[in-house]
Design a protein around this ligand. Structure first.
Ligand code: SF4
Length: 443
């Protein structure tokens, strides 16, 4: 028996194919492959850079689906089903919107797949695949099983090992699908199993792809203490309130934390309150202390902004860009606020009649990557799209790159931090141009 795991791409550029240069390992597919009985042949194909061999015999196509890749995932599903191959879809998008995903699949894996995968494989072997398998959230990598990282060989992924320490987050930001998926809960793996997984791979640079690794500060401190003797570099995603805990900041630095993706979201308290961004609001004074604390600990921060809140204007987006330049962050993401299905933001905008693209931007043939999918209060959707693209373009221009680089506390701290800065900025600069206005799906 053979199972084919698929990671779909987002789509294509207007006149050419798109290859994601900054692609990272699709960790979850390797986790499922690791949980598959060894007598089953498994294949992994990554639609971001290789052609999926639809005519290669297989007994199941298992496709991971995010909102951004849903349109392409359904195209691939339809190709396999047309050849008589059953399709199972899983991931955050099918879990939040199972009615839609069910129209494109023979079976769905809802919730976290680890506890239900063995049953699905067993049913498949008896040609009795069920319509739905529902797993509880947060039961990660059971029994210490290891991801099949051998499946990543030769696929040109960035040289950083992805793994997870925790899933979920205790906060409830209104635009966040993670908060909806995990019901504001945070689940932690056993540290000894994380350490075994680190020992089983060869790299010294890790990316903990946790939704918010700092959701439980006590647990993160424990992890940091174990990481210190390993002398690794690691990055993750963390809420900004870590900066209020000096002991944690020190431990993160000592354990090799090189920086984190951090949701600054907005530079106004009004928008932070509107989106219930609680970790940013305590003692809010436009992040002066937070940015200094991050720099004092040598962290190369990836500042993420969501733009298009009800109070936002063209001017406030320009002020956000100035703030990011002044902060000399290693990277910044000027994201348009996106109404992900079944989030509180989506429900509010739907109730106010402000959703564009029939409320289904991820499947709509006219939607283009990085465009506003709703009507902002104080701009047109086109103005929001334009301002965010301008912010990305200015931020990754050569003068801005040089200005941001001139920080002895972070990017100029060592050869490694300088190389990281230039290597990833050059990839992201090209990606900004390539992805803007891209179509979803290949057809
Ligand atoms: S802090 Fe981050 S992960 Fe947590 S709910 Fe807010 S946006 Fe989501």
């Amino acid at each position: 028996m053979r199972i084919t795991f698929i990671k779909p791409t987002i789509g294509r550029r207007e006149h050419s194919l798109y290859t994601d240069e900054g692609r990272m390992e699709p960790l979850m597919l390797a986790v499922l492959a690791g949980l598959t009985p060894p007598d089953i042949d498994v294949r992994l194909y990554d639609d971001r850079m290789e052609t999926i061999p639809l005519d290669e015999p297989t007994d199941l196509a298992a496709i991971t689906v995010e909102t951004y890749t849903a349109r392409r995932a359904y195209e691939i599903a339809s190709d396999f089903r047309a050849r008589g191959v059953p399709v199972i879809l899983g991931g955050i998008h099918p879990t939040l919107f199972p009615e839609e995903a069910a129209r494109h699949a023979d079976s769905l894996l809802l919730g976290d797949a680890e506890t239900i995968w063995a049953q699905a494989v067993h049913d498949l072997s008896r040609k009795n695949l069920q319509k739905r398998y529902t797993g509880p959230p947060g039961r990660a990598q059971l029994c210490g099983s290891l991801p099949r990282r051998d499946l990543f060989q030769g696929k040109g992924y960035l040289p950083v090992t992805l793994m997870q320490f925790s899933r979920g987050c205790r906060f409830a930001c209104t635009f966040c699908s993670v908060s909806e998926y995990f019901g504001r809960k945070h689940y932690i793996r056993r540290i000894d199993q994380v350490l075994e997984e680190i020992a089983a791979q060869k790299r010294r640079f890790l990316f903990f792809v946790d939704d918010n690794i700092a959701s439980d500060r006590v647990a993160l401190k424990d992890l940091c203490r174990e990481l210190i003797p390993l002398k690794l570099h690691w990055v993750s995603q963390a809420s900004l309130d870590v900066t209020q805990d000096p002991e944690l900041m020190k431990l993160m630095q000592e354990s090799g934390n090189a920086g984190n993706v951090m949701g600054f979201e907005s530079i106004t308290a009004e928008s932070l309150r509107e989106s219930r961004k609680a970790p940013n609001l305590r003692g809010f004074s436009r992040y002066e202390k937070e940015v200094e604390t991050l720099r004092d600990h040598g962290m190369q921060t990836w500042a993420a902004f969501t733009l298009g809140h009800d109070g936002d204007t063209r001017d406030s987006i320009r002020a956000t860009l100035d703030f990011a330049l002044e902060g000399r962050f290693a990277f910044s993401a000027f994201n348009i606020l996106m109404p992900y299905p079944n989030t509180p933001l989506y429900r509010r905008l739907a109730a106010e009649g402000r959703l564009l693209y029939d409320g289904c931007w991820w499947l709509h043939p006219a939607y283009r990557f990085n465009s506003a999918a709703f009507v902002p209060r104080r701009m047109t959707p086109e103005e929001l799209t334009e301002e965010c693209h301008r912010a990305r373009t200015v931020y990754s221009s050569l003068p801005a790159l040089l200005k941001r680089f001139s920080d002895v506390k972070t990017h100029l701290r060592s050869l490694w931090t300088a190389a990281t800065y230039w290597r990833y900025n050059s990839i992201f600069k090209r990606e900004v141009v390539k992805k803007h206005g891209m179509r979803f799906g290949l057809r």
